[in-house]
Design a protein around this ligand. Structure first.
Ligand SMILES: [Zn+2]
Length: 355
């Protein structure tokens, strides 16, 4: 026998040996990874089959085709064996899972999940809305971006008037801006509705201020009422009722004359401080919240200016009305003794979890 024939016989034997040994080797693999490793040892680039076929060059050329076919047959058997064992292992794993102790979805979590709650501004807003609704005011909504005309013009701010500097805001384009107060809603209501009506307008407003007590974004709530023969006495009555519902019966209300372009007369409203009230005498003794004055500045108000009525198409000879507005952040700060307005926008759970 020639050397080439010897080589052919050697390769045939090696292929047969491989063919006989692989089923036991696959069966011995107890995990998917072990099975894949074993498969790679046989069929991988540097595996046993490749090693056997490296000798093919030393076989007589006419015998090579037969060896190639035999090798392919072995390879196909190994691949089929691998797939079968893979399915078997997967089935076994699945059975083990099904037979294991059942997974109880109804068990409570080991760590109690913390419950979320409303933000202090939301709490205050809902409380204020509730108070005004119970007095007959309905909620009216309006857009955050409005025309300069609705935000300033119709409220009696002449173009480029220095008063607009107090609330210089963010313009999106010429003639449109982020509203600097919720009074744009008052304008929209008065321009489209026929009196009598009483509305509240809670919403987000935008200015350029940014310091300890000011934020470029904050929240206001505005209330306004229009009818025939509405006087300052009606405004005073609503304020007294509001004070009683917010801080308790008999809370004193104090009006201090002040300037707002869209009301005449205008006033700042102070409410008796609820934090230093002596329960026996009802006197306010003074505390840090009220800066030892016994009163807390809470809002601005006034009788709607006749020029505002005219701008909205309401006859100021026939109708009159009042408007009042307050900041929700300011109200929350007073209510909860929060020293820094920006804490309300930092979303620190240590702060928010206290409400
Ligand atoms: Zn006080």
């Amino acid at each position: 026998m020639s050397e080439a024939d010897d080589k052919k016989a050697e390769i045939d034997r090696a292929l047969s040996a491989l063919c006989e040994s692989f089923p036991a080797r696959f069966l011995g693999a107890e995990t998917e990874q072990a099975l894949r490793d074993e498969n790679a040892k046989i069929l991988g680039k540097k595996g046993e089959l490749s090693a056997i076929l490296k000798e093919l060059g030393r076989v007589a050329p006419e015998a090579r085709k037969a060896i190639g076919e035999a090798a392919n047959a072995v390879k196909a058997k190994v691949e089929a064996g691998f797939e079968a064992r893979l399915r078997e292992l997967a089935m076994r794993k699945r059975d083990a899972e099904l037979n294991a102790r059942p997974f109880d979805l109804t068990l409570p979590a080991r760590v109690p999940l913390p419950r979320g709650h409303r933000h202090p501004i939301s709490i205050v807003r809902e409380e204020l809305v509730q108070i005004f609704r119970s007095m007959g005011f309905a909620v009216f909504d309006g857009p955050d971006i409005d025309t300069e005309e609705n935000n300033f013009g119709k409220l009696g701010y002449p173009p480029d008037h220095p008063a607009t500097d107090m609330q210089d805001t963010f313009y999106t384009d010429k003639g449109h801006l982020l509203r600097s107060h919720t009074s744009n809603i008052q304008i929209r209501a008065m321009s489209t509705m026929k009196p009598p009506f009483a509305f509240i307008a809670p919403g987000t407003v935008f200015r350029r201020d940014d310091d300890m007590t000011h934020s470029p974004m904050f929240h206001q709530l505005e209330a306004f009422l229009v009818d025939e023969h509405v006087t300052l006495a009606h405004l005073r009555g609503v304020l007294s009722e509001f004070a009683a519902r917010l801080f308790g019966d008999g809370t004193p209300v104090r009006l201090r004359p002040s300037y707002f372009p869209f009301v005449e007369p205008g006033a700042e409203v102070d409410l008796g401080c609820p934090f230093c009230k002596d329960e026996k005498t009802g006197k306010r003794l003074g505390c840090g919240v009220c800066k030892h004055t016994g009163f807390i500045e809470i809002m601005g108000c006034g009788m709607i200016h006749p020029t505002v009525f005219e701008a909205c198409g309401i006859d100021p000879e026939k109708y009159s009305g009042f408007a009042l507005g307050l900041g929700l952040e300011r109200t929350a700060m007073v209510r909860y003794g929060i020293p820094n307005l920006r804490m309300m926008f930092e979303n620190d759970p240590r702060f928010l979890s206290q409400f």
